[in-house]
Design a protein. Structure first.
Length: 414
């Protein structure tokens, strides 16, 4: 195959591949999808308009993409033991907004987790459409345990009578008790929406409880722990299927991205393989190792540890902010994001913490031994607060990443 003819973009793609190869990516929401998934996205499937759903389209010529979307749907249902699946959402946020459009009227009440305690913008923050069109009330975590405060969830639910209760988060390291959430939802006649965007891969492999049969609706993304293409999905009970499908299309999206839906199907198949289960088991072991070593060094781990792919590190014992740590670690080739910790006194642009995740480094084959090395590098950089130290560590990071290539020669023919 010829190289991409646009040299400017071609060079930037090569630069980004090099960046991913030569850095240790600890962004909890990212992953390195397989060459099969990525190659599926770069196919002429992208050319096809297919508004509607399999075998019920508004365009001719959909006979092939019908089969592809049908396969994706059936695989996704099987993966999560769901009655209904929609694979068309372009992202997790689109999926959430579609659920609101399906189940709420403007002004109805959503009960969700506060953003600084681990929630997500699309769960009702005032800058998001969810916060503009619906009334949002929020719960948080307990101050002593930093885990979900179910007494507070129940009290607010009884007082505010939400139509939807949302559980599932962007920065929460512990397992979610879907059963208790459903009991509260039933007490007040609310729908339970579980947004498992971050933990899809962990749920699919059984290392985190499945939200079904407790949730009425489940939203998720395919590019995080599930290690697929960038995108979202919605799962629901049979009763809600028609409402959900109509809300997504024609309610808020137009033509589905058939090249991405095909790549989602490829990722769902990969997620059913025994190797993927082994991968997720290692993701959790690696996540725990990173947290344990940083804890031994004297840093505080929010909630005391992690059950998942991510942990939140409270940097206050070292007197460094999340922003400073993110910048310095970036120089060292260790990519993290600053993150508010629970009850943080610093604004989200500064923060007192960082969020670290193990999905990317585990994909490239690293295990506990390497996690110990990485956690030590993190500590050396942030405790020194020195750019020179960060530059010195960058050399060591390069030596480590060279031993664990991600794509080898897969993209030589771009
Ligand atoms: N941006 C994602 C994350 O980092 O958690 C959520 O949308």
């Amino acid at each position: 195959m010829e190289h991409i003819k646009d040299n400017e973009i071609y060079e930037l793609i090569k630069k980004e591949i090099k960046r991913q190869e030569e850095n240790l990516i600890l962004i909890a929401s990212e992953n390195h999808a397989s060459p099969h998934v990525l190659k599926t996205m770069g196919t002429p499937l992208s050319n096809k308009y297919a508004e509607g759903y399999p075998f019920k389209r508004y365009y001719g010529g959909c006979e092939v993409v019908d089969e592809i979307e049908h396969i994706a749907i059936e695989r996704l249902k099987k993966l999560f033991n769901a009655e209904h699946a929609n694979v068309q959402p372009h992202s997790g946020t689109q999926a959430n907004l579609a659920v609101y459009l399906a189940l709420l009227k403007p002004g109805d009440t959503i009960l969700s987790m506060k953003l600084p305690h681990g929630g997500h913008l699309s769960h009702g923050h005032k800058v998001n459409a969810a916060g503009k069109y619906y009334r949002v009330v929020q719960y948080g975590v307990r101050k002593d345990t930093e885990t979900i405060d179910f007494d507070q969830v129940r009290d607010i639910a009884k007082r505010e009578r939400p139509k939807i209760i949302i559980c599932g988060y962007s920065a929460y390291p512990r397992q979610i008790d879907f059963k208790t959430f459903r009991e509260i939802a039933d007490e007040v006649g609310a729908y339970l929406l579980a947004d498992i965007a971050h933990i899809t891969g962990i749920v699919a492999t059984g290392f985190h409880p499945n939200p079904f049969p407790y949730a009425h609706v489940v939203t998720g993304t395919t590019h995080k722990t599930l290690r697929g293409p960038r995108g979202g999905f919605i799962l629901s009970t049979k009763e809600l299927a028609e409402k959900i499908d109509k809300a997504l299309f024609p309610g808020m999206q137009g033509g589905p991205l058939m090249h991405v839906i095909a790549a989602k199907a490829v990722c769902f198949k990969e997620a059913m393989e025994p190797e993927f289960k082994t991968y997720i088991e290692q993701v959790i072991k690696n996540s725990r190792k990173l947290a344990d070593v940083l804890k031994e060094k004297g840093l505080r781990i929010v909630s005391g540890g992690t059950d998942t792919h991510l942990s939140l590190i409270d940097l206050r014992p070292l007197g460094i902010t999340g922003k400073e740590a993110e910048d310095l670690l970036g120089i060292a080739g260790i990519v993290v994001n600053k993150n508010t910790i629970t009850f943080d006194e610093k604004p989200p642009t500064i923060t007192s913490g960082i969020r670290i995740g193990s999905p990317c480094v585990t994909t490239r084959g690293m295990k506990e031994k390497e996690m110990e090395v990485i956690a030590n590098y993190i500590y050396e950089v942030i405790s020194s607060r020195s750019e020179d130290k960060a530059k010195e560590i960058k050399q060591k990071v390069k030596e480590l990443t060279d031993k664990f290539p991600i794509y080898k020669d897969s993209f030589n023919d771009l």
